[in-house]
Structure formats: C-alpha cells, structure tokens
Design a protein around this ligand. Structure first.
Ligand code: CP3
Length: 367
C-alpha cells in the first residue's frame, strides 16, 4: 500500500474498518499501533531511533541557536519543531519526542550537561551514603516543559503517525549516574552494584518510580505509546540482567498499566542476545526492539513468535548505503516481514549518515 493511500484511509475519522491493518473503533488508524496490537502490516510501518538529530541540516540550524542539548529538551517550541522535522521530510509512521533519557536524573537534582562531541557528563554518584540520600521523587516542575512539547507536537502531527514517548531503563540511566559519563563496558556501575547492592537497589527503585511517573504523564499529555531504552542491558551477566533490567522494567510496566489501562509499551534491551527470550517472557510489554546484532532466525522463531518486534537494520549499513544497505533491509524484511514488524534501526542513526541513504531505505521498505 502506498503512503498516500494509507494516509487517505487514516484521514477518515470515526470509521469502523475491519481486516488487516485496520482498527475497529473510533480512533484514527495508525499502522504502527496496529503492529503493537499484534497485527502484521503488508508494508511495515517505519521510523528511526534518533531520527530527530544531527544528520538533518534543519536540526543543526535550530541546534546552533540553543546553548545546550538540555536547553533544547526544555524549550517546547524548539523540541516540538525538531520532533516534527523528520516526519515532514520522510513521512515516517512514528514520531519520537525530542528529549533525552538523562532528563530524569536532572529532575532528581543531579547535575547533567552535554559536552559537544563528548556525550553526557554528570556528577558521579559513586558513594553509597550519597545514594541513600537521593530525593524519592523527581521534581515534576522540571519536566513540565516536556509535557508541553507533547501537546504542541500532538496538535501538528498528521493523523496516521503514531507519537512515541520514552524513558531510559533504570539500569541504563543508573550507569550514567554512577560513572558520570558513558563508558564502553559500564564497569563503574556493575562494580558498584556488586559492592553495594542495597544502595544500588535503592537507586534503581527511585529511577523505576520516577520513570513510571514520567511515562504516565507523557501518555496523559498525548503520546500514543512509550519506549523504554535500556541501551546497556546487554552488558549485564544473566542474574544481574534479571535483577537490574527485567525486575525494574516489570515494575514500570505494571505502574503504567495500573494508571493507564491499555497503554502501549515497547521495550528495547540493547545487546540482550539470547537473554531477549527471558525479557519477553518476563515482561508484559507490547513489542520488543531488536538491536542489529540479534540473529534473525532466532528473532523470528523465539521472539517474534511471542511478541511484535521492532528493528533492526545496522545503523552502519545505513551509513554505508549502496548494496550493503539494500541487503540489510532485505534481510530484515525476509526474516521478520512475515509477522508483526515495525521497521527501524538496531540503534540510533549516526550523525554522519547521508539523507539519500535514509530515502533509499524507505523506498526499499515501502516498495
Ligand atoms: O530522535 C530521537 O530518537 C529522540 C531523541 C533522543 C535523544 N536521546 C536525543 C539526543 C532519544 C530517544 C535519546 C535517548 C538516549 N539518550 C539514550 C538511549 C538510546 C541510545 O541512543 O542509546 C541514551 C543512552 C542517551 C544518552 C545520551 N544523550 C548520549 C550517550 C548522548 C551522546 C551521544 C550522541 O549521540 O551525541 C546524548 C546526546 C543526544 N541525545 C543527542 C541527541 C539528538 C546529541 C546531542 C546534540 O544534538 O547536541
């Protein structure tokens, strides 16, 4: 089905439709939400992690006018504008709120800053006593501008486009809080968790509670679904994976579902590999995000059999373009296109990716 055709259908409000890809009820038809409901689409809906970002000249033009990345997250008009930019340019089926997972530690009173070209910097939290003194809840007035961004985007978004909110997985956010920065193996947080399990559990509890509040408020402000980015889940040993990734995520999912029955939730435990099976078995999520390292036969047979999937083109295949990109797209569609699939990358788009490669990817996916 062509994009134009799809949008013709989606513009028909309050129509009761049936059959593949159609939603029964009053809501506007959004292919991405259909997949989250378990319904395969003949053309998979597509969006990209980090689609609002530095590979876009229109993003850079706005980024230049703002002091820091965090300032932009808390400037609703600008954040709404950059959220909408990739939708206007590419007609993606999903828009992701422009923000960052580190707004939560910021709202917990931690100092967060983004150094250009170096990634985030926080005041390291590597003292168990200091950890026990963290405030028990985030300051919601700090996060209020983000809910305003959601309302602004909602008013502008084409009807067939799903709007995604997000938070970081407590484990991933904790890794940045403990080390004060990203590291290649998250050794500081893993070591801290082994040495001071009670203090670390306290941090994870606070992050899980703050994250569910944050997601509930995002949904109430107007997002259609939320994604939990657990970027550093894969680095955990199996028991630690259960304790620091699955258990707190389970708590977030339960809290969100209690407050918003029917909420749509995507989990993304990057690098989880064979632990993905435990992740989908242990969590009441609607879909699971797959990174590019996952074996496609395993993904189809063990994961997609249980849950709709999202992913998983290698961002470097997108960066490379040409035949490697076509092969990568074809492999994802051949393995996962027979079931409920949201086409995406296996991690965020790289800043130096040519726009022509994104267009090539979309053409290939949408035929
Ligand atoms: O388009 C989107 O996907 C929405 C926006 C978004 C950002 N960060 C904007 C951003 C999302 C969903 C995130 C999530 C995020 N942030 C994660 C989880 C997903 C992932 O990519 O692993 C993590 C680990 C972070 C923390 C973070 N923020 C890092 C490690 C960095 C530095 C790396 C980099 O890409 O520069 C950031 C900065 C950041 N977050 C930028 C953007 C657009 C770049 C900063 C800039 O524009 O100046």
């Amino acid at each position: 089905m062509s994009q134009t055709h799809r949008h013709t259908i989606t513009n028909t409000k309050n129509l009761v439709l049936s059959g593949e890809g159609c939603l029964i009820g009053e809501s506007v038809h959004k292919p991405l939400l259909d997949v989250l409901n378990g319904n395969r689409q003949s053309v998979p809906p597509v969006w990209m992690m980090r689609q609002a970002g530095r590979y876009l000249p229109e993003y850079m033009a706005i980024r230049k006018t703002v002091g820091s990345m965090l300032d932009m997250c808390f400037a609703p008009k600008l954040a709404a504008e950059v959220t909408l930019q990739p939708i206007r340019r590419f007609g993606f089926d999903g828009a992701i709120l422009f923000s960052d997972i580190l707004v939560v530690p910021h709202a917990l009173g931690r100092l967060v800053r983004f150094e250009t070209g170096e990634g985030p910097r926080l005041d390291p939290l590597d003292d168990p006593a200091a950890m026990m003194k963290l405030p028990s809840a985030a300051d919601d007035s700090v996060l209020a501008p983000i809910y305003e961004t959601i309302r602004l985007v909602k008013a502008e978004l084409p009807p067939g486009v799903a709007f995604l909110g997000f938070c970081g997985g407590p484990w991933t956010v904790a890794t940045y809080m403990v080390a004060g920065r990203g590291t290649t193996d998250q050794a500081p947080a893993r070591l801290f968790a082994y040495r001071h399990p009670e203090a670390f559990a306290h941090l994870i509890d606070i992050l899980a509670a703050a994250s569910s509040d944050y997601l509930i408020r995002q949904i109430r402000a107007g997002v259609d679904a939320v994604q939990i980015f657990d970027t550093w889940a894969g680095i955990l040993a199996p028991d630690e994976f259960e304790r620091w990734c699955i258990a707190p995520t389970r708590r977030i999912v339960a809290d969100v579902r209690r407050a918003v029955p029917g909420a749509k939730i995507i989990g993304f435990p990057r690098g989880a590999g064979s632990k993905l099976k435990h992740y989908v078995e242990g969590l009441d999520i609607d879909a699971v995000g797959l990174d590019w390292m996952v074996d496609l036969d395993f993904a189809r047979d063990e994961i997609q059999r249980r849950r709709p999937v999202q992913g998983n083109l290698d961002p470097l295949a997108l960066r490379a373009g040409g035949a490697a990109l076509d092969r990568g797209v074809d492999a994802v569609l051949a393995s996962l296109g027979g079931g409920p699939l949201v086409f995406n990358l296996g991690h965020g788009i790289l800043p130096d990716t040519p726009i022509a490669h994104v267009e090539q990817m979309l053409k290939r996916v949408r035929g």
